[in-house]
Design a protein around this ligand. Structure first.
Ligand SMILES: Nc1ncnc2c1ncn2[C@@H]1O[C@H](COP(=O)(O)OP(=O)(O)OP(=O)(O)O)[C@@H](O)[C@H]1O
Ligand SMILES: [Mg+2]
Length: 219
């Protein structure tokens, strides 16, 4: 499903190149659930952004479902992402002055889903996360844990085969975190490919494989 070969990513910091990823090789098979662990600043989010086509790499190759996607235009990347990848960002990236249901519907606004179906699917996704009663509340008036679940509902709503989640339980109490973990296990059982960045050892223990990243390299 995912194959990275010698992928690097650099940022210009103070006029100098800083490599956030240095020569990453990674394969994730279809249906696998993989945890990415590592210290703060090691490159986990950068790696997930590249896998999720939110950023291009600066070197190496990326194949997604057999197709070379390292040099896609922003428009082609967005199109591919919308149909095949559900993403939970570390900062949630929600539209805060809009309602929960609007945010969950957002990915469908780009694929011409009929209005009633959009509403139905969004409510179902919110229900899966146990917050359908918050559907018409503005995100800015929600708690951190509720926002996190809105972000998760949005990632699931298009039924994408690949789910990428950056610290999906970072702001949740342990009971809610285990609910979310069970949801990921169900998604895994239903055949989805899942990559989760996490500090939570309970989540890592539920994955098929744990990848550790240190200073931009997989160790
Ligand atoms: N846009 C950017 N410009 C410059 N440097 C960046 C940028 N994004 C990330 N970095 C740097 O790249 C390195 C990796 O960042 P990344 O966000 O991938 O870390 P992380 O492993 O996700 O950390 P955390 O656990 O704190 O979320 C860090 O040193 C960070 O400062
Ligand atoms: Mg991060």
């Amino acid at each position: 499903m995912i194959r990275l070969e010698n992928v690097s990513k650099k940022y210009a910091v103070g006029g100098k190149d800083f490599y956030a990823l240095r020569g990453v090789d990674l394969c994730v098979g279809e249906g696998e659930m993989v945890a990415v662990c590592g210290r703060s600043g090691s490159g986990k989010s950068t790696l997930l952004h590249i896998i999720g086509l939110l950023e291009n790499s600066d070197g190496g190759s990326y194949y997604l479902a057999g197709k070379e996607v390292s040099h896609l235009s922003a428009a082609s990347a967005a199109k591919l992402r919308n149909g095949s990848i559900g993403f939970v960002m570390q900062d949630f990236s929600l539209i805060n002055h809009r309602t929960a249901i609007y945010n969950v519907k957002a990915p469908m606004l780009f694929n011409k889903t009929p209005f009633f179906e959009m509403n139905k699917k969004a409510l179902e996704a919110l229900k899966k996360l146990g917050i359908e009663d918050q559907a018409y509340k503005k995100v800015e008036n929600m708690s951190g844990g509720q926002r996190q679940r809105v972000a998760l509902a949005r990632a699931l709503v298009n039924d994408a085969p690949l789910i990428l989640a950056d610290e999906p339980t970072g702001n949740l109490d342990s009971a809610t975190a285990s609910d979310i973990m069970r949801l990921f296990c169900k998604l895994h059982e239903s055949g989805k490919t899942i990559v989760i960045v996490t500090h939570d050892s309970a989540i890592a223990a539920n994955c098929d494989r744990v990848i550790t990243i240190s200073d931009g390299k997989i160790i």
